[in-house]
Design a protein around this ligand. Structure first.
Ligand SMILES: O=P(O)(O)OC[C@H]1O[C@](O)(CO)[C@@H](O)[C@@H]1O
Length: 522
C-alpha cells in the first residue's frame, strides 16, 4: 500500500505557497461576488446528504491542490486497503472492517484471493449475528412484560446507540423506555434503579472488551440489584454485546451477541452494539439505518475524488488545521433530536485522530485532530455563538439541518431553518460598525450539511460520512486512526490509586496527587 505522509508530497509545498499568496487573504464575500456559480461549484450531493461547502475559505486552486494532495498521499489506495481487509490498524495488527457490518452481501472485487476469503467468512458471521440480534430485538419489542431497557456501556458502547436512539425517536414504536448508563459514578445508576422493576427490565451489557472498569462495575451492581430484587432469570433479563463472549459467560450472562476485533469501539454501533437502537426502531428500521450507511460507503468507495464528499470534507479539515491553523470545529445540529451528535463526533474524531505520531511512530511536525464541540441550534446561539461571531479565534462551524419536520407545531420549523441560514450568513457576511462593539468581521467559514428528512437511512449515511471524512484526514496525516493508546495511562494509574484511597499510601506519588489523596481521605 503506497502511503505518503501529506507533508512529504509536492502538493503540500504548493499548498503552502498558495496559502501565502491567496488562501489566507481569501474573502468569501469577494469570492461570491466574483463567481456566480460558486454555490454550485462548491456544493456536493452524496447519498441522503447535500453539502454546501461554498462558505469555506477555498477557491478552485485550493481544491485542485488539495485533490493533488489526496492523490499523492495515496488516500485512494489506503481507502481501498481498508475495504479489502488489509491490516491497516498496524499498531494492533487488525483489519478495519466496520463497513462489512452494513454491507448487504459479500461482494468485493479486485482484491487478493486471501482477503476475499477472509472477508467472505467474516461477512457470513456478520449476517448470522445480525439476524440473531434483530430477532432478539423483535422478541424484546413484543414482550409486553418488559417496559425498560438499560444499556450499560461507555465510549463507543454508549455514545453511538444513545445518539441514534435519541435521533430516531420519531421512529421508536415500542413504547419501551430506553436508558443509558455509562459513568462509573454510582449516582448515574443509583438514580435509575428506584424507577425500575427487576421483572420488567432488560439490561444490555455493552462492552467490546468486556473488561472496561466502568462497565464492569455498573454491570456487577445491576446484577446484584436484580438478584436482591428477587430476580433469577439472568438469561431473560441480561444480554451481553461483546467481542469477548467467554468473559460475558464467566460473568454469568448466557444471552450474547458478538462482534469482532476488526470493529473499533467508536465504529461499532452498526454491530450488536446497536441493539438498543434495534429495540427502539425495530429490525426493519435498523436494516434501513445500515442501508443508509452502506450507500455512503459506496459513495466513498467509488465516487471520483473531486465529487467524493468524505474526501472533500477531509481535505478541508486538513486545509483548516494545517494551513489556516484553526484548532477547533464547532458542530451545530439544527435539530433537537441530533443533540448527542457533537458528543458522538468528539469520540469519533478526537479518539481516532488525536495522535502526535504517524503510523510508524515518528513525531508529527504538524497539528492533527481539532477539538470538536457544540450544542444544538438554536440553543448555542444564545450561549457561545457570541465568540463564533466576534471572538478572536476563527472556528469553522458545521451546520446540520433537516428540511422536513416531524411535528405539526405551526411556525417552529421555518423559524428554526431561518435561524440556521441566518447564522451561516451572519458568520460570512458580517456587519460593519467602524470597528466598534457592533462590528462583525465576517468571512467566518462554515459548512452546511442538509438532510431531506431525519430517518434511519439518512442518519446512517450522515454518520458513515463522518467516519469516512475522519479516515481521509487521518490518512493524509499518515496516522493510524484506529487505535487509542492515549486512553491507557489513566486506566493504569486509576488502578494504582484506588487502593491508596483506602490505605493512604502515598509512596512514589507526585506532590499534588499525594496532597489531593490526603484531602479526599481526611
Ligand atoms: O466497549 P469497551 O471495550 O467497554 O470500551 C469502551 C470504550 O473504551 C475505549 O476503549 C477507550 O478507553 C473506547 O475506545 C471504547 O469505545
Amino acid at each position: 500500500m503506497a502511503r505518503t505522509r501529506c507533508d512529504r508530497t509536492p502538493a503540500w509545498a504548493q499548498l503552502q505557497a498558495h496559502y501565502q499568496s491567496h488562501g489566507k487573504q481569501l474573502d468569501l464575500r469577494d469570492a461570491f461576488a466574483q463567481d456566480a456559480q460558486r454555490f454550485a461549484r462548491f456544493s456536493q450531493e452524496a447519498p441522503y446528504v447535500f453539502a454546501d461547502l461554498s462558505k469555506n475559505r477555498i477557491d478552485a486552486t485550493t481544491e485542485a491542490l488539495l485533490l493533488d494532495l489526496a492523490r499523492q498521499s495515496g488516500v485512494q489506495e489506503h481507502r481501498d486497503a481498508m475495504f479489502a481487509g488489509e491490516k491497516i490498524n498496524n499498531t494492533e495488527q487488525r483489519e478495519v472492517l466496520h463497513v462489512l457490518l452494513r454491507n448487504p452481501a459479500a461482494v468485493q472485487s479486485g482484491i487478493a484471493q486471501e482477503a476475499t476469503l477472509f472477508i467472505a467468512t467474516e461477512q457470513a458471521k456478520v449476517h448470522t449475528t445480525l439476524d440473531a440480534m434483530l430477532a432478539y430485538a423483535e422478541k424484546v419489542r413484543a414482550d409486553k412484560a418488559i417496559t425498560d431497557v438499560v444499556n450499560i456501556g461507555i465510549g463507543g458502547s454508549d455514545l453511538g446507540p444513545q445518539m441514534a436512539v435519541l435521533a430516531l425517536d420519531a421512529f421508536a414504536t415500542t413504547g419501551k423506555r430506553l436508558h443509558f448508563v455509562s459513568n462509573v459514578d454510582g449516582h448515574e445508576l443509583a438514580a435509575k434503579l428506584p424507577h425500575l422493576k427487576a421483572e420488567s427490565t432488560v439490561f444490555l451489557i455493552a462492552s467490546k472488551t468486556f473488561t472496561t472498569i466502568e462497565t464492569m462495575t455498573n454491570a456487577a451492581s445491576a446484577k446484584a440489584w436484580f438478584e436482591a430484587q428477587g430476580g433469577t432469570d439472568i438469561a431473560r433479563h441480561f444480554a451481553a454485546l461483546t467481542t469477548n463472549v467467554p468473559a460475558a459467560n464467566a460473568f454469568g450472562i448466557t444471552t450474547t451477541f458478538g462482534f469482532w476485533d476488526w470493529v473499533g469501539g467508536r465504529y461499532s454501533m452498526w454491530s450488536a452494539i446497536g441493539l438498543p437502537l434495534a429495540i427502539a426502531i425495530g429490525a426493519a428500521g435498523f436494516r434501513e439505518f445500515l442501508a443508509g450507511a452502506h450507500a455512503m460507503d459506496e459513495h466513498f468507495r467509488t465516487a471520483p475524488l473531486e465529487s467524493n464528499l468524505p474526501v472533500r470534507l477531509g481535505l478541508l479539515d486538513v486545509w483548516y488545521r494545517n494551513f489556516h491553523g484553526f484548532t477547533s470545529r464547532s458542530i451545530a445540529p439544527y435539530h433537537s433530536a441530533l443533540r448527542r451528535v457533537p458528543a458522538y463526533l468528539q469520540q469519533l474524531e478526537m479518539e481516532s485522530n488525536g495522535k502526535r505520531v504517524d503510523a510508524s511512530g515518528e513525531a508529527l511536525p504538524f497539528g492533527t485532530s481539532p477539538v470538536l464541540w457544540g450544542e444544538p441550534g438554536t440553543n448555542g446561539q444564545h450561549a457561545y455563538f457570541q465568540m463564533l461571531h466576534q471572538g478572536t479565534d476563527v472556528v469553522p462551524v458545521e451546520f446540520i439541518a433537516v428540511k422536513k419536520a416531524r411535528h405539526d407545531l405551526k411556525g417552529h420549523h421555518p423559524m428554526l431553518l431561518a435561524n440556521v441560514l441566518a447564522q451561516a450568513q451572519a458568520l460570512m457576511v458580517g456587519k460593519s460598525d467602524a470597528g466598534g462593539h457592533k462590528h462583525f468581521t465576517g468571512n467566518r467559514p462554515s459548512t452546511f450539511l442538509l438532510l431531506e428528512d431525519l430517518t434511519p437511512a439518512s442518519l446512517g449515511a450522515l454518520i458513515a460520512l463522518q467516519e469516512h471524512r475522519v479516515f481521509v484526514s487521518g490518512s493524509l496525516w499518515g496516522i493510524n486512526s484506529f487505535d487509542q493508546w492515549g486512553v491507557e495511562l489513566g486506566k493504569v494509574l486509576a488502578k494504582d490509586i484506588e487502593p491508596r484511597l483506602a490505605s493512604g499510601d502515598a509512596t512514589g506519588l507526585d506532590g499534588s496527587t499525594a496532597g489531593l489523596l490526603a484531602r479526599l481521605r481526611g
